[in-house]
Design a protein around this ligand. Sequence first.
Ligand code: LLP
Length: 425
Amino acid sequence: MSELSPVSAPFFHYEKGELYAENVALLQLVQEFGSPLYVYSRAALQSAWSKWEEAVKPYRAMVCYGMKANSNLAILQMFARLGAGFDIVSGGELERCLKAGADPKKIVFSGVGKQDWEIKKGIEAGIFSFNVESISELKNIIKVATELRQKAYISFRVNPDVDAKTHPYISTGLKENKFGIDLAYIEEAAQIASASEFVVLKGLDCHIGSQITEIDPFIHALERLCVLVKKLKAKGHPISHIDLGGGVGIRYQDETVINLNDYVSLAFSVLSQQGLDDVQMVFEPGRSLVGNAGVLLTQVQYIKQTGEYEFAIVDAAMNDLIRPTLYDAYHQIIPLVQKEHIATKVYDVVGPVCETGDWLGKKRPLAIEEKDYLAVVSAGAYGFTMSSQYNSRPRVAEVLVDNDQYHLIRRRETLADLYAQEVML
Ligand code: LLP
């Protein structure tokens, strides 16, 4: 496959052999802010949001950004201003999105291990719903809400036992996964909820996995949820929403991705067929809102040949982008400046971290020299948010491009930041 243009990131393009984000040359950014560097395109973020907005417009639906994909305050603020809700999984994410201007009434709180302080913070903020993942958690929410004498609105995250047909580490809707409440226990859980005046059961939800490229598994899960919703309604529980979670995949290489209009309209036609027209739908997209909107820029430090292998050793590493080594994920890698006079060779692109698993791409045809810059494409989701300081490497800076303007939205950590929280004996 040709590596010469960004396959999956329409707001990044070459102009006279130089890679641009919108109308800003990436070389200029890396020269100003240093390398490695995450760069996001505001137009790409907005366009991804518009696709979701268009798809849900004819229906009663709420889109809650799965913010674990990228939780930079500027990006959250942008989505909040566009009217997005948020799917959160920790008190820290709640703090971040409120700080960025989120409307609490559009926040859903997922996660299997919510602690008392997080539940309290959610109730006090007045969030739309806690997505409850076990009967123990339900009992705990009842306890915290009763102590506060405030109502907690909840939905049950159902484990629908469907195969999302994605990487096993990002598959969440199977019985063997830790997520959600088994279908068989939902009615018992509903009874427990209705015994308390401080919790209000108002929905069911599921999240079956991530980077899903077929609609079928979602529809399969929805059908299972509909059966339960009807049972619960018949018993008098006022179920008013179904949350289908996130999971819509993006194009990293040559994947055929889901058409959002098809997905959303099919989901609503299932609701109709089941006589559930009064039910609102919630979606929690993460990757599909930010994945293709970001790149990780990195500089080639050394070119090294060992036997038949050619390595491009770059200054970004698994601590900056862990997806390749953790999920065997493919990210396209392309030069910031195309060089026609240099021979194309096939490289393993690796970082400086002392781990064999420290690679960003394998067997990549590239025409490069030492000190050249590369872009690791489609790194806007689960890139920076999963980064760490492993090997005492300061976390990198983030820049948001907006047409011909750009903003530093997170400064590079300094060496002193590495141990700022530590205390010597
Ligand atoms: N809702 C819930 C409850 C989730 O757990 C997730 C992601 C989302 C929504 C958003 O899913 P998305 O639309 O982004 O697929 N680190 C992995 C992905 C882990 C996804 C975890 N949950 C990766 O880099 O591929």
